[in-house]
Design a protein. Structure first.
Length: 297
């Protein structure tokens, strides 16, 4: 038996819900129940992989749903081998693939999603896309940022001089919220043939025609762009003549948890309990975020 080692797992926080303007909007818990009961599909295909919800179940003690979102990849598989020897392909059965998984817990209170970070796997945005595909209703996942920044964005209290954002080309544009801004952004990205949209909006105070700051429309768009899986979102604000940089990706709320295990992951229930601990650790910030801002989209 392998010796147990201390392992560290990072948990990210999202708000996940369906688009309320949608005529057929449903709650996230209803979408989960449909999957559990077999009424809705639990997987969808995209770019050579399949994403699925696995082991989904309701936890009465925490009023939450727990499970895994798994990416099963059948293309571009890694090789295995020994030092100094040629590598060889992994031989898989026809229905098998390489699995990358993320453990998550969705708490009905505040529609809060706590998901363990696996950069080779999935994010809260992927879970929202899966629910959109499954339920036929648009869901979005908004990363939870620091409450003070969320409040300033909502109330347009920031004098933004510069905004940079990078968005990957979606595997399926139909899985994203179709508000005007998202639709225009996706249309531009898809028509360009590019793999990423990487754009910077900036102010030049040396120009007589400059307005001195970016418009409130840009400020309102930030939340929408974050729900589209932005890998970069940085702003520079003018605070009484002092330029302050804010990294909205780096400043997302997260929690680091440790546990002893002799495998890549401890048993699923142990991971869900770590998510509970992460939620408790960040309870004040999360409650403050929802209390002040609800969400920034």
């Amino acid at each position: 038996m392998k010796q147990e080692k201390q392992k560290r797992y990072i948990f990210d926080f999202y708000s996940i819900a369906s688009v309320q303007q949608d005529l057929f909007a449903m709650s996230t818990e209803s979408a989960f129940e449909k999957i559990i009961n077999g009424d809705h599909p639990k997987s969808y295909a995209s770019y050579g992989c399949i994403r699925e919800v696995f082991g989904l179940h309701y936890r009465i003690n925490t009023n939450s749903y727990a499970g895994q979102i798994r990416k099963i990849r059948k293309a571009d598989l890694p090789e295995i081998g020994a030092l100094g020897k040629d590598g060889k392909k992994i031989e898989l059965e026809i229905d098998e693939g390489v699995i990358e998984k993320n453990f998550f817990v969705y708490y009905k209170d505040n529609s809060l999603l706590v998901i363990h970070r696996n950069d080779d796997g999935n994010t809260g945005v992927h879970l929202a896309q899966l629910l959109t595909s499954s339920a036929g209703v648009s869901f979005f996942a908004s990363p939870i940022i620091r409450p003070d920044q969320a409040e300033m964005l909502l109330n347009k209290k920031l004098s933004i001089k510069k905004f940079s954002v990078k968005i990957p080309k979606p595997t399926n544009p139909d899985l994203y919220p179709q508000d005007n801004l998202s639709a225009r952004t996706l249309e531009l990205l898809n028509q360009s043939g590019a793999d990423f949209l990487d754009v910077t909006f900036t102010i030049d105070n040396k120009l007589d025609t400059s307005s001195g700051k970016l418009s409130s429309a840009i400020q309102s768009s930030i939340g929408h762009l974050l729900t589209m899986g932005a890998t970069k979102a940085k702003i520079e604000t003018d605070e009484n003549g002092k330029i302050l940089p804010i990294d909205l990706i780096a400043n997302r709320i997260y929690s680091s948890q440790t546990i002893r295990t002799n495998s890549s992951f401890p048993p699923p229930e142990s991971m869900y309990k770590l998510a509970d601990k992460a939620r408790e650790e960040q309870r004040e910030s999360v409650d403050d975020y929802f209390g002040k801002a609800n969400r920034i989209v």
